[in-house]
Design a binder for this molecule. Structure first.
Ligand code: PMP
Length: 445
């Protein structure tokens, strides 16, 4: 490529001089990604990487997918943007398809440009509809970076202010890896969390707008409430008329393999009152949105507009990407290849003192790192594995609660092949073993 060696270091210097300090960057020596194809990306120095993080799950199908590129460039050649003051054919078309897929009766769709803005809109709708600014959220949650989304983000390492316009009540349910809940089986855990929710609602008198929950906590480290927990919550919420918002920003579009939406793992609960989406649907183009039944969606008493939400060029990407996803059954691929990948990762981690747990659904896998043979989350081990994987030609992400990023997050594009899954698992196994030895984990096998 045109890039010269060392250009990333110079770019980093310029980045540091002009960007905010709090803008998170991966790696001791941050990298510039200059192009991608399929499940691979290249850095400015010409190194190729297998991409197991897909730009934080934004590359849903594949990098540089020709079908999406073609749809975007054709649309860009006609008109890039007008605004939602005019009828927008690609927007209506994508809205119809998402409404039909959502499972929400009489669904209406509103497009935004990010997941944050989608959740912000869902909160506006819920608080207006219910005339309450109290929100229930799960501990360890992440819902975005706007003023209101920060206020419902339980993962405090991503929540830089406590001056929220909302009153948020954090309930148990997202994680049970540690503390008094760790020893409980699914049924007991669900019972304990539901009792906790009832207790909390007893204290509020039920004056709560909504519960917002990620079906699998993303930034929190790919940890899921057990199936059935949200169904149990739903019964309690219904008694009070409290809405349920499913944040599907990471779990939507078949990512979890078994289901198209994350909420469907909690099937008995029926569809949520609202779901929010973003990330993957545009395959890199900025699309977010909210789906809600007409009564909730139409409760706002004044006009509103989103200048860029639903712009034709992003909608063209969304429609082409959704076509590809459905036509190639990438949900089925996520189930099959994701299952195999999880199996390989479990085998690769067996006996390693620095790995506490491998968990996941579909193409959403988490590897929780600890200090060797302890229960102490280890952000240093996670960082070392991230670096070692990069050395080996593999990009993965990290996340996790407890103010630490101690969980490796693996979420490749949904078109991942079996051969690529095996290759990635091999690179990761090598990285895990290297770090295990370095930190004195001493494999027990
Ligand atoms: N909700 C969840 C579950 C997310 O993971 C994220 C992004 N990590 C957001 C909301 C916010 O989305 P965005 O970064 O597009 O604003």
């Amino acid at each position: 490529t045109q890039h010269t060696a060392g250009s990333a270091a110079a770019l980093l210097q310029r980045h540091r001089a002009v960007m905010p300090d709090w803008l998170a960057l991966y790696y001791g020596e941050p990298m510039e990604i200059t192009h991608g194809e399929g499940r691979h990306v290249w850095d400015g120095e010409g190194n190729r990487y297998l991409d197991f993080f897909g730009g934080i799950l934004t590359t849903m199908t594949a990098h540089a997918l020709p079908e999406v590129t073609k749809a975007v460039s054709e649309q860009a050649g006609r008109i890039l943007h007008t605004s939602s003051l005019y009828l927008d054919r690609p927007m209506v078309e994508l809205a119809e398809r998402i409404a039909a897929l959502s499972g929400i009766p009489d669904a209406r769709v509103f497009f935004t440009t990010s997941g944050t803005e989608a959740n912000d809109t869902a909160l506006l709708l819920a608080t207006t509809y219910r005339r309450s600014n109290q929100i229930l959220a799960l501990r360890n949650s992440y819902h975005g970076r706007s003023f209101s989304a920060i206020g419902i983000t339980g993962n405090r390492s991503w929540s830089p202010t406590s001056l929220s316009p909302l009153q948020t009540l954090y309930v148990h349910g997202g994680v049970r890896t540690r503390g008094p809940y760790a020893a409980l089986g699914d049924a007991e855990f669900i019972e304990a969390c539901t009792a906790d929710l009832e207790d909390m609602l007893g204290q509020t008198g039920g004056d709560v707008a909504a519960l917002i929950a990620e079906p699998v906590q993303g930034v929190g480290g790919f940890t899921s409430p057990p199936d059935g927990l949200l169904a149990a919550f739903r019964e309690v919420l219904r008694e009070h008329g409290i809405l349920w918002i499913s944040d599907e920003v990471q779990t939507g579009w078949g990512r979890t393999g078994e289901h198209f939406w994350g909420w469907q793992a909690h099937d008995r609960a029926g569809p949520p009152d609202m779901l929010t989406f973003a990330k993957g649907i545009g395959n890199g183009m900025s699309i977010g949105g909210v789906v809600a039944g007409a009564e909730v969606m139409n409760c706002l008493p004044a006009n509103s507009i989103s200048t860029f939400g639903g712009s034709p060029v992003t909608m063209a990407a969304g429609n082409a990407n959704l076509n590809y996803l459905l036509e190639h059954d990438l949900q089925g691929n996520a189930r099959r290849v994701g299952g195999l990948l999880l199996e390989r990762l479990r085998a690769a981690s067996a006996g390693l003192g620095v790995v506490r747990e491998v968990r996941g659904r579909g193409l959403m896998a988490g590897v929780e790192m600890v200090e060797p043979h302890t229960d102490t989350p280890s952000p240093r081990a996670a960082s070392l594995v991230l670096e070692a994987a990069r050395e080996g030609g593999l990009l993965v992400g990290k996340g996790g609660g407890h103010a630490t990023s101690s969980v490796l997050r693996i979420a490749p594009p949904l078109s991942l092949t079996v051969a690529e899954a095996e290759e990635g698992a091999e690179i990761l196994e090598h990285a895990l073993r290297t770090v295990d030895t370095e930190l004195g984990g001493e494999s027990t096998q």
